[in-house]
Design a protein around this ligand. Structure first.
Ligand code: G6P
Length: 364
């Protein structure tokens, strides 16, 4: 591709810095203040159909799968529909039961990932209703689905996805709000989420303005041979995506675990040479997360917290502006994109084209 780099040294850096503007675009023209909801023109799902959904199953690969994990939690929280995400390839190889009351959602930046497309085709053949959350307009997955949401992130060139991940999570917030307001989400909660959505672009810009602080931290992690990422419920998909991003562009081994699973195994790995990145939002699970930090500290583990307030048990805290609890995951991953990026810079990696990876995998 030959898009202008606009003074940035890599597409990844350029695309991270486009995120405030990109989120503005995914919101534009969609908020309906009068009904405390959003209008999603391409969804092709009327209110009666939306009410009859009993489950939501989200399918994607790589970073899009992680965006789907964030989305599943938002749908469950705001619309109170049981929802989960699964890698598209796993889904299609396990001969899944296709259920007429389930809404299936395929997530893809490119709209061309073969495993996702094949899952959509199999679902359609079995009569399922499938929506797409896709970036590239008119792509194969966009054409095969019954309707969906374009995420309007703009062209993404770097192999690893940043702005499209963020916009996809915002698109899911819109879908969750839309489904919620058709079902049982109150007007007051609808308004609260809308106000939160409107704050996102400026909060993202604020995080990006703080990149120098993260650049300074990166030197500390460049020489780790392995890193642990932990989060709980809303923080867990954030940890998964941050760990993927780090390994993709730095080649440092990284693992992501739910904070609650630490004591069931990975705590054995904790030592000074195995730093932990912990997602610690100021939500109803704050005390539980603080307890996990204490367990790591007691084993002399180094901790970098991504949080809304300084965490005393952590060696460093990256402060992130607070939004509504349901929307916090959208913001908490952004400093960790920057951390992966600056760590890869320290190591002089080929950031836009990591070894062995391709931007879109259109073969099996
Ligand atoms: C490849 C890329 C990943 C991407 C995944 C899904 O594996 O290297 O960065 O997340 O495909 O791509 P999609 O276009 O479907 O979102």
């Amino acid at each position: 591709a030959s898009y202008d780099m606009g003074g940035h040294d890599t597409y990844m850096h350029k695309e991270m810095h486009e995120q405030a503007e990109a989120v503005d675009r995914v919101l534009r023209g969609r908020i309906e203040d009068r009904f405390a909801t959003v209008r999603l023109g391409g969804l092709n799902l009327d209110a009666r159909e939306a009410r009859s959904i009993r489950r939501v199953k989200i399918l994607g690969c790589g970073t899009s799968y992680h965006a789907g994990m964030v989305g599943a939690q938002m749908i469950e929280e705001l619309a109170r529909i049981p929802a989960d995400a699964e890698p598209a390839s796993e889904f299609r190889y396990r001969n899944p039961v296709v259920d007429p009351d389930t809404l299936y959602i395929a997530v893809s930046q490119s709209g061309e990932t073969y495993d996702v497309l094949a899952a959509v085709q199999e679902l359609k053949r079995k009569g399922a209703r499938v929506l797409g959350v896709v970036n590239v307009v008119g792509s194969a997955i966009a054409r095969e689905t019954d309707g969906g949401i374009y995420v309007h992130a703009g062209p993404e060139v770097c192999v690893v996805s940043t702005k499209c991940f963020t916009n996809t999570t915002v698109a899911f917030a819109l879908l969750a709000l839309h489904l919620g307001r058709i079902r049982d989400l109150s007007v007051a909660d609808g308004k609260r989420i809308i106000e939160g959505l409107r704050r996102l672009p400026e909060q993202i810009a604020e995080i990006l303005r703080g990149e120098d602080e993260i650049r300074k931290l990166a030197g500390e992690f460049a020489h780790a041979s392995s890193m642990m990422f932990i989060g709980r419920v809303r923080g867990y998909p954030v940890a998964r995506e941050a760990s993927l991003k780090l390994k993709e562009i730095t080649y440092i081994h990284a693992e992501a675990y739910p904070a609650s699973e630490l004591k069931h195994g990975p705590l054995a790995l904790i030592e000074p040479d195995m730093p932990t990145v912990a997602i610690v939002p100021s939500d109803d699970l704050l005390e539980k997360n603080r307890a996990a930090l204490e367990e790591i500290k007691a084993r002399s583990g180094r901790i970098l917290a991504v949080s809304h307030a300084v965490q005393e048990k952590a060696d460093h805290t990256i402060l992130v502006p607070q939004n509504e609890p349901e929307l916090d995951p959208i913001l908490m991953g952004i400093p960790l994109q920057l951390l992966a990026y600056f760590t890869a810079k320290e190591l002089d990696r080929d950031i836009d084209k990591p070894r062995n990876l391709a931007k879109s995998v259109t073969v099996e």
